[in-house]
Structures are given as structure tokens and as C-alpha cells.
Design a protein around this ligand. Structure first.
Ligand code: SAH
Length: 226
């Protein structure tokens, strides 16, 4: 898979992709993440990528031309499955959207800033708009990193234990059960006996029951298919 991220602040994306699982996924050649500085596609000598809003009002608007030039240059190299604009009014990111996007080959994520992008970018250039939650961030970079992480960890070979992503919360419409590690007794706070007894059938039953219990308590809507 290949993910191209378009941003006017590329440095914001340095660290999320240079550590741990996302770094290893790139080193293993499972995913290529390429970050593109929008300013390299500006047309004036100040490398301007934003301008005042027509009609007035506070806040700058990201111009269509540099964005169009950047997207076109990427499209001249390969075909993209989706061109996704990160936006607080987009469809809310869920596990099922991450699952679906993980089946694609080439994705573009466009990060907004300031007041967002010129509406014509949304009308004519992007194919999908995704929000990571009902709150407003100052830019799309952190949202793009969240979206990329949720997708990349699902790609075969990224997580060392192949089944691990499948047993996470939301995959089966339930939350993950509680987990423990050593010591089995910390200041009298004990790990449930069943996890220490070594009977794998009992452990699986316990995990299933606790996943259900936790889901009923914390996110009952999931069991009703919300
Ligand atoms: N004026 C816009 C907000 C702009 S915030 C509005 O009121 O809807 C600046 C940029 O941050 C956006 O263009 C978008 O790319 C990003 N962003 C902010 N909140 C986000 C969220 N919840 N999910 C995804 N991207 C977000």
C-alpha cells in the first residue's frame, strides 16, 4: 500500500511515522508513506498556499491551485483509490472504515489548515472526507496520522501476532476484554485466577464473557448494531 499525505506543515508528520509499528511497516516494505509539502507546488516566489476568504471573515483559506497541482502530479504517477480530505464535517472514522480502506492500494490524504480548503477542492478534487471526531483540530496532520495508523496496523504482516488486530475492540462489534501482565499479585491487587490456571478453553470463555460484559456496560449501542 502507498499513502501520500499532502500538507503545508510536513514536519508535523515526522514523528508519527518514524517510530514503532508504523516505522517497521515501512521498513518491511508493506507500506510507503510519502509526505508532500504543498509549498513546493505554489506558483509565486513566496510559495503561498493560502489567501483571504472571499466575502471576508476571520481566517485564511487554502488555495485550490497548489493542491490541484500536487494531486495532479501524484496522479500522473499512479491511480488512486481515494483522495481523502481530513475534515471535522466528514464521515466519522470507525473501525469498519479503516478495515475498508486497508484493502486499497493507493490513497491520498489531504490536510487542511486555517479555515480549511477552498470549497472547490472538496467539490471537484477529493473523493471522500473523513473526520476523526466531533471536535476541531488546528490542522489535518494529526488526523491524517490517526487515519494512517488505523489502516496500516491492519495490513498483513504489520503486527507480529497476525491475530492481534482481530482481537481488538470493535472488530467483532464488541470491546476487547481486560488484559493483565506480571506480577500476578501487586499489593494485593490480583489477576483473575482463571487467567493463571492455564486451561485455554476456560480462558477463551472468560475473555468472551468479559468482552460482552464490558461492551454492555461501556458501549451498549455496539450490541444493538449502532
Ligand atoms: N473551519 C473548519 C475547521 C478548520 S480546522 C470548520 O469549522 O469545519 C483546520 C483543518 O484541520 C481542517 O481543514 C481539517 O483538515 C483539520 N481538522 C480539524 N478537525 C478535524 C477533525 N475532527 N477530523 C479531521 N480533520 C480535522
Amino acid at each position: 500500500m502507498r499513502i501520500d499525505i499532502i500538507t503545508c506543515l510536513p514536519r508535523l508528520l515526522d514523528s508519527p511515522f518514524n517510530d514503532s509499528i508504523l516505522k517497521r511497516a515501512q521498513e518491511k516494505g508493506i507500506v510507503t508513506v510519502a509526505v508532500h509539502d504543498l509549498r513546493n507546488h505554489a506558483t509565486d516566489r513566496h510559495r503561498t498556499t493560502d489567501d483571504y476568504a472571499f466575502g471576508g471573515g476571520a481566517g485564511m483559506v487554502m488555495m485550490i491551485e497548489p493542491i490541484h497541482r500536487c494531486i495532479s502530479s501524484l496522479q500522473s504517477e499512479r491511480t488512486y483509490d481515494e483522495i481523502i480530505y481530513m475534515s471535522p464535517d466528514g464521515e466519522l472514522l470507525t473501525q469498519s472504515i479503516a478495515n475498508q480502506l486497508s484493502l486499497n492500494q493507493n490513497l491520498i490524504f489531504l490536510c487542511g489548515h486555517y479555515k480549511g480548503v477552498d470549497e472547490r477542492v472538496r467539490e471537484h478534487l477529493v473523493t471522500r472526507e473523513i473526520s476523526i471526531g466531533d471536535y476541531v483540530l488546528s490542522g489535518g496532520e494529526l488526523a491524517a496520522a490517526v487515519l494512517a495508523d488505523s489502516i496500516i496496523r491492519l495490513l498483513p504482516g504489520v503486527l507480529s501476532d497476525e491475530t492481534s488486530a482481530l482481537t481488538d475492540s470493535f472488530q467483532d462489534g464488541v470491546l476487547a476484554p481486560e488484559v493483565y501482565t506480571r506480577p500476578s499479585d501487586y499489593n494485593g491487587w490480583k489477576v483473575p485466577d482463571v487467567l493463571l490456571a492455564g486451561n485455554s478453553a476456560h480462558i477463551e470463555d472468560w475473555k468472551y464473557e468479559n468482552a460482552l460484559k464490558r461492551t454492555k456496560k461501556r458501549r451498549p449501542g455496539l450490541l444493538e448494531g449502532d
